[in-house]
Design a protein around this ligand. Structure first.
Ligand code: FMN
Length: 234
């Protein structure tokens, strides 16, 4: 597909994403999952984010930091839902998301590593789908430099390159790595700011065992990009 044909197809892609989307920014706020615990079945239906709450942007920026002193306190369903939505959820009726992307690459999949299993975030459906049952939190850190908090926190996110679209677009091919890095950085910062606002801690982690974790979710090691821990602090 050349650049012109590709660009023509973009509105169609956006319409498709929109049609599949279970909610967008015009929905009312709700705190239905606020007190609800997470039931880790094959699918975890996520709640709508509460769009009206939160710390002011400037205050959140002033408090953003990396945290490494976590407790094992569980997140509520609402918090899990909001972390993922903040990360890269759909925020407009046309299917576009909280994080920007270069020419609709949407190249980053988010895996939620819970104590009960590893789940893939379906952005359009705003739900988590079970990929593999079991506790794989330890596979999101490295043996050489293990970070022990990973074993006790209720949520580790792992960001994975999803570049299966195989576009023949020369601009994408030439700039792919830089553009993916920017998209990923925006997602991770969205999570950090949400965590500040929600009174949670977070840390981006580049030290992840790509070889081990890629086997767990059956992708190539080079697709495993980054991890991020989220949880209550001690
Ligand atoms: C790409 C990247 C990879 C990182 N990897 C790790 C990591 O593996 N483990 C860790 O504890 N912190 C990691 N960090 C967090 C940095 O150590 C942290 O951002 C830095 O010390 C500045 O501290 P601050 O975030 O509190 O401002 C990483 C940060 C980035 C941007």
């Amino acid at each position: 597909m050349n650049r012109r044909t590709f660009l023509k197809s973009v509105p169609a892609l956006a319409m498709l994403a929109s049609a599949e989307t279970s909610f967008s920014a015009d929905v009312n706020t709700t705190a239905a999952g606020a007190a609800q615990q997470i039931t880790a079945g094959d699918v975890i239906k996520l709640s709508k984010p509460d769009l009206k709450k939160g710390t002011a942007t400037m205050e959140a920026l002033s408090k953003r930091k990396s945290d490494r002193n976590y407790s094992d306190k569980k997140l509520t369903l609402q918090q899990l839902s909001e972390v993922l939505w903040a990360a890269d959820g759909v925020n407009r009726p046309d299917g576009k998301r909280t994080a920007p992307t270069a020419i609709f690459m949407y190249a980053v999949d988010i895996y939620a590593v819970l104590p009960e299993g590893v789940y893939l975030y379906s952005v359009a459906k705003h739900e988590l789908t079970l990929v593999v049952k079991g506790d794989f939190r330890k596979d999101t850190t490295t043996q050489e430099y293990p970070q022990d908090f990973v074993y006790i926190t209720p949520l580790n996110l792992v960001y994975v390159l999803n570049f299966t679209k195989n576009w023949q677009d020369t601009a994408v091919n030439k700039n792919r790595d830089r553009w993916v890095a920017v998209e990923l950085g925006c997602i991770a910062q969205n999570v950090q700011l949400y965590c500040v606002s929600e009174g949670l801690g977070s840390v981006i982690r580049g030290l992840i065992d790509e070889n081990k974790f890629s086997k767990v979710i059956k992708v190539k090691p080079e697709q495993v990009l980054l991890a991020q821990t989220v949880g209550y602090l001690k």
